[in-house]
Write a protein that binds this ligand. Structure first.
Ligand code: FNR
Length: 368
């Protein structure tokens, strides 16, 4: 029997329910990681290497979890990251996440490979709700230019170019499950018949340009006024290059463990990146985000203590949506908010701006 929503007490609980109730193909696509799924597991486990150094007697009666990301004030320092094929999990797809994000005043990143059309997801937003666009760069740059210009015209406030997927990773669970229903929008965006034997992910991704390079960045900066961020940066050298290229930010990410197995976790890369940026006095020249394995507010707090502006969360909201629809997404977001308030209080911080490196012990990361 399916547990009732009120029996989900944390983000992991939604995963357990989703695994039971989702269609096999959908579960395989959402949950899979690349190869042996070592990075997939490491993403969350890496947070266990960081411990807190709380401060006492700080007057934590009132806690304010609000933050600013790319100039937008949000109620919590996370965003709903881009995940393809929302209709595999829920008949209404990505717009369910749009509504959840609205209710909790957080930002949604719209995936290039959404199952709803881009305009449907934009139209589902209300009032001054902010959305970003995740971009897979097409071999045909005219198509890419049209997508970017259209996103800017429709009010998107950030362009996240995915740079960790010149070829889609090999997700064997997904390949074995031979997907059958991904939605017509996705098939038309790839422009050709899909090869189902490769699993959902590979079948829809053949249009992505593996020749994309640093040389293309000036062109992106020239075609839009939206802030441009690189999603999938994995070492400090590339963060420095990103600053030099003039982009506005990076997401330290390994694509949820779905691309290169044995890529390091975002939180580990963040610990490598921030001291170098501070040494150069560059910490304010670029906004740093991480994603991958964020399941608890303590994970968010650790990332912010290290210096991230915010974190992306992917699968937990997909699982909450697949199992319970909008009420599930709503509860998942509320649980995170409750955890955030409690843990900030216990650490001795009443505002996000008070989170700093002295509140964590990172010796477990072995970087001293
Ligand atoms: C993704 N991710 C992703 N990223 C991207 O840039 N474009 C995409 O189309 C997708 N699609 C996608 C589908 C699914 C099912 C998942 C789980 C992930 C990666 C995503 O943006 C993010 O990096 C990870 O999901 C973060 O890890 P967690 O929160 O899922 O552990």
């Amino acid at each position: 029997r399916m547990p009732i929503l009120e029996q989900c007490y944390n983000l992991m609980d939604f995963e357990a329910v989703a695994r039971k109730v989702m269609k096999k193909t959908a579960w395989a696509y959402y949950s899979s990681g690349a190869d042996d799924e070592i990075t997939l597991r490491e993403n969350h486990n890496a947070f266990h290497k960081i411990w807190f150094r709380p401060r006492i007697l700080q007057d934590v009666e009132h806690i304010d979890t609000s933050a600013t990301m790319l100039g937008t004030k949000v109620d919590m320092p996370y965003y709903v990251t881009a995940t393809a094929l929302g209709k595999l999990g829920h008949p209404e797809g990505e717009v369910v996440l749009t509504r959840g994000a609205k209710k909790h005043n957080v930002i949604q990143m719209i995936p290039t490979l959404a199952s709803c059309s881009f305009d449907e997801i934009i139209d589902a937003a209300e009032g001054d709700q902010v959305q970003w666009l995740q971009l897979y760069v097409n071999k045909n740059r005219d198509i890419t230019k049209r997508i970017v210009e259209h996103a800017e015209k429709r009010g998107c406030k950030g362009l996240f170019i995915t740079v960790d997927a010149p070829q889609l990773g090999r997700r064997e669970k997904d390949m074995r499950s031979k997907f059958d229903d991904v939605g017509s929008n996705v098939q038309s965006s790839s422009g050709s018949e899909v090869d189902r034997s490769q699993g959902a992910a590979r079948a829809i991704s053949s249009f992505i340009d593996p020749a994309l390079s640093w040389k293309d960045i000036p062109w992106f900066l020239s075609i839009t006024k939206m802030p441009i961020l690189l999603k999938g940066v994995q070492c400090v050298e590339d963060v420095i290059r990103a600053v030099e290229a003039g982009v506005h930010g990076v997401v330290l990410s390994n694509h949820g463990g779905r691309q290169l197995d044995f890529a390091r976790s975002g939180i580990e890369v963040l610990a490598e990146v921030m001291p170098v940026l501070r040494e150069r006095g560059w910490q304010d020249r670029i906004e740093i985000y991480i994603d991958g394995g964020v399941r608890r507010a303590t994970d968010i707090i650790k990332a912010l203590c290290l210096g991230a502006k915010g974190v992306g969360i992917g699968r937990p909201f997909l699982y909450a949506m697949s199992a319970y629809g909008l009420p599930g997404v709503d509860r998942a977001m509320q649980l995170l908010k409750d955890e955030m308030e409690m843990n900030m209080r216990l650490i001795g911080c009443s505002k996000i701006s008070e989170l700093n490196p002295t509140l964590i012990d990172t010796r477990g990361l072995g970087m001293h």
